[in-house]
Design a protein around this ligand. Structure first.
Ligand SMILES: [Zn+2]
Length: 354
């Protein structure tokens, strides 16, 4: 599933190297969905009774994407390996290591706390585990992490209530929490029913970033905008079918978090060449490029930048702009944004210097 640029084309090879070193921000990536074979191997060896192999080579096969049902299998097997607060800490900290290797300076990681608390992980210990990982990762890797707590839509209003409680209770709410999301399948999971939960999260100062229009039509995106007061949209792929919606997103500068490889893996879009990313840009919609559930879709953020470079015909300067857009529309504070923007500029200038 990895994007292969023509190996004989030297400028494109250079572009891969440029992307690999480019400081970046990742705004749409899931916690459990970021567990790489390396991390799963560590978790599996802590829980030998699980059906997940701990041998790294066997894990590569286990992870090889075959279809969406297989992705769900892998995802649920990894969920089953996260049984203790120490598992949560290890997963979170090791994800930061993988992000730092790709020069990701800032990431908003979507966490589904409901998956853990309903499996009897103590809620206080869960929050401490992610916060401990966040602080260690920032000190050791220089990667700043922030959290988005999301409602697993398929689990309904009970999960919504639990998620908003964990996100807004002053005794529990982690320092790194910045936003509130809605994930899971979209078909049959109407967005408007979650309005009261988003209202409470927004009232508590959290930013609204629901998934919408990934596997359903543009109406879901409208619902996310009007009912859930979305500030950014996760995917929003089907917005391309509605010119009025595209104009609205462009006018109000509501970004779409585009995850190209994920959209192919889940069959939301048939092929990369048919991906509407170019139509978004032509319509003036702000976009960011993201990796979603990278190891499970055989990708990473660097590969998504390579995909965007090909689909949008971007070179170094355009890719640097793309990276800066993600910084601009992130929920990082202004000094933090300025620092990463500056780093992107100086990296790009030194790369392009004769
Ligand atoms: Zn997602």
């Amino acid at each position: 599933m990895t994007e292969h640029l023509d190996a004989s084309a030297a400028p494109l090879r250079d572009l891969h190297a440029f992307i690999a070193g480019l400081p970046k921000a990742e705004l749409h990536v899931h916690h459990v969905g970021s567990a790489s074979p390396r991390i799963v191997s560590e978790l599996a060896s802590r829980h030998p009774d699980s059906k997940v192999p701990s041998d790294p080579e066997a894990l590569v096969d286990f992870f090889t994407f075959t279809d969406f049902a297989h992705f769900i299998d892998v995802y649920l097997s990894v969920v089953d390996l996260i049984r203790t607060p120490e598992d949560v800490r290890l997963l979170t900290y090791e994800i930061a290591r993988d992000l730092a290797r790709q020069q990701v300076r800032y990431a908003e990681l979507t966490i589904t706390p409901w998956s853990s608390t309903r499996r009897n992980i103590d809620e206080r210990a869960f929050m401490d585990a992610i916060e401990d990982a966040r602080k260690s990762a920032e000190a050791e890797f220089g990667t700043v992490l922030r959290w988005c707590f999301d409602i697993p839509g398929e689990a309904g209003l009970e999960a919504a209530e639990e998620t908003v409680r964990l996100a807004t209770d002053d005794r529990l709410r982690p320092e790194g929490l910045v936003s509130f999301g809605l994930g899971g399948p979209e078909i049959g999971v109407e967005r408007p029913q979650f309005k009261p939960y988003f209202d409470r999260a927004i009232a508590a100062g959290l930013r609204s970033v629901p998934h919408a229009g990934e596997t359903t039509g543009p109406q879901t995106v409208w619902d996310a905008l009007t009912d859930l007061r979305a500030e950014r949209i996760g995917h929003g792929t089907s917005s391309a079918q509605d010119p009025k919606l595209l104009a609205h997103l462009a006018e109000h500068r509501i970004p779409l978090e585009v995850c190209p490889t994920s959209n192919i893996a889940t069959r939301a879009v048939r092929t990369l060449d048919e991906h509407p990313i170019k139509e978004f840009v032509q319509a003036g919609v702000v976009i960011t490029v993201n990796s979603d559930d990278p190891p499970m879709f055989g990708t990473d953020l660097n590969n998504e930048y390579a995909v965007a470079a090909r689909l949008l015909n971007l070179h170094e300067q355009g890719l640097a702009e793309l990276a800066k857009t993600a910084v601009d529309v992130s929920f990082l504070d202004e000094p933090g944004k300025a620092r990463i923007r500056q780093e992107i500029d100086s990296y790009t200038a030194s790369w392009l210097a004769p």
